[in-house]
Design a protein around this ligand. Structure first.
Ligand SMILES: [Mn+2]
Length: 433
């Protein structure tokens, strides 16, 4: 069996879910569907995160079902049956019998799913199902009145990581830290953004992991595009390169951003902006403490950024005016720092349970075991016509992002082995060329 956790971890999660549900409840969760790219070629398959969370099932078909009839929790996994003619092409399946060692009470074939579920659903007063993923399940649930979404209960659970989850997240953060370091070492003026990407993702692959989201590698003013994805330009001497990349291992994601000069030396103007972003990032990390309201990190980071922009003469106003509305923080500093300060991290890179500013379902405050990113940035987009930018900062885009575990003893930076001080970066960039 190939599971990242002991089966008891999954049974505990199933128990914790049902401890929140009324009696006579049934929960049904599909895994993701395969998506065709063309003809016989599919897009890479990634199992559904809730499926991974509740039972670790990784094959590209399957349904998790559990109910609490008579006060006892019973779970069942519907899986693709053994089928030699399909296995010749796609690989050997675990099958109904093989799945018996998964953390569920019983197993069945997906071929029986519709008839079994249709017949069962009527026996329960409360039906919980995740819709919008499986056409088959959506069709079955079409006529059910008062159907509820189990994610209301699962998301807050996923938000707080167990000790063993944290172990996997530390591994993901360490692999991504080393990938960034390797790319720094091999940086040299005139190389392509795609070559930097190959060092980063090559290291992911060598570490038996994959990317957790498509890597962002932006040289020069491409760094001012927040989710830049072309990665097809060359990076010339004097330019910075921004790399926002993370990996996934055992289902868990990391997400790190570093920005460095491709020739190994920051210019004075680049240094001024870099130091400001770094100062804001450190202040944000320091705010990741148990009991801190979620909005506090963004406020702390925004205040440092806004004050820094004033000190550099980029904004000509006082701090209050620079920050704007007390709650929305929508002042002119947002022309240069236009995204949120961070998000939760876990099975998904933008993990569930709230996180981004304004998301519904944000927690009131930070708890031990939560993992989030802190990622301030400053962007002086020379291609924008709507804002005025001092010439010396034109085209600079800098973001610094780390992965933070909240503990009773303060913030723990899971990605701390990834260099971010100016002198560290200057000594490592190009050292492997
Ligand atoms: Mn991020």
């Amino acid at each position: 069996m190939d599971l990242p956790f002991e089966t008891s971890e999954y049974y505990d999660r199933q128990e914790m879910l049902f401890s929140q549900l009324p009696s006579s409840s049934i929960v049904i969760i599909p895994t993701n569907e395969r998506k065709t790219r063309s003809n016989d070629v599919g897009y890479p398959f990634r199992p559904n995160s809730y499926m991974l969370y509740l039972c670790g099932w990784k094959e590209d078909e399957g349904f998790f079902m559990a109910h609490n009839r008579n006060g006892t929790l019973e779970s069942k996994l519907f899986v693709p049956p053994r089928d030699t003619s399909k296995e010749i092409w796609e690989g050997i399946r675990i099958g109904v019998e093989g799945a018996e060692s998964w953390p569920v009470d019983t197993t069945s074939s997906v071929e029986n799913f519709e008839s079994e579920i249709t017949q069962m659903i009527g026996q329960f007063e409360n039906v919980y199902a995740i819709l919008g993923i499986s056409e088959e399940l959506d069709k079955i649930c079409n006529d059910i009145e008062g159907l509820s979404d189990p994610r209301t209960f699962l998301d807050p659970m996923r938000r707080v990581k167990s000790k063993v989850e944290i172990k996997h997240m530390q591994e993901a953060a360490t692999i991504a830290s080393n990938a960034h370091k390797l790319a720094m070492e091999n940086s040299t003026p005139g190389m392509g953004e795609w070559e930097i990407q190959s060092y980063v993702e090559g290291h992911f692959m060598r570490s038996k992991s994959t990317w957790s989201f498509p890597s962002i590698v932006g040289g020069g003013s491409n760094a001012t595009i927040l989710h830049y994805k072309a990665n097809d330009c060359t990076i010339i001497s004097g330019d910075l390169v921004l790399v926002d990349a993370g990996c996934e291992i055992n289902g868990y994601a990391s997400d790190i951003t570093r920005t460095w000069p491709i020739n190994g030396r920051f210019t004075e103007a680049q240094k001024e902006i870099y130091e400001l972003v770094l100062k804001a990032e450190k202040a944000g990390i320091d705010a990741c403490r148990v009991g801190t309201p979620w909005s506090a990190m963004h406020r702390v980071v925004s205040e440092v950024i806004a004050q820094g922009l004033i000190d550099l003469g980029i904004l000509e106003c006082g701090l209050d005016e620079a920050l704007g509305d007390e709650v929305k923080l929508d002042g002119p500093f947002r022309d240069f720092f236009m995204h949120g300060t961070g998000h939760f991290l876990g099975l998904d890179v933008h993990d569930v349970g709230g996180g981004r500013q304004g998301d519904p379902g944000n927690p009131d405050s930070l708890e031990p075991g939560m993992v989030l990113t802190i990622e301030p940035g400053l962007y002086f987009a020379d291609w924008r016509g709507d804002i005025e930018i001092p010439a010396k900062y034109s085209g600079i885009g800098i973001r610094i992002e780390d992965d933070i575990l909240v503990t009773e003893d303060g913030p723990v930076v899971l990605s701390s082995s990834c260099p971010k001080e100016i002198d560290e970066i200057e000594s490592i960039v190009g050292s492997g060329v």
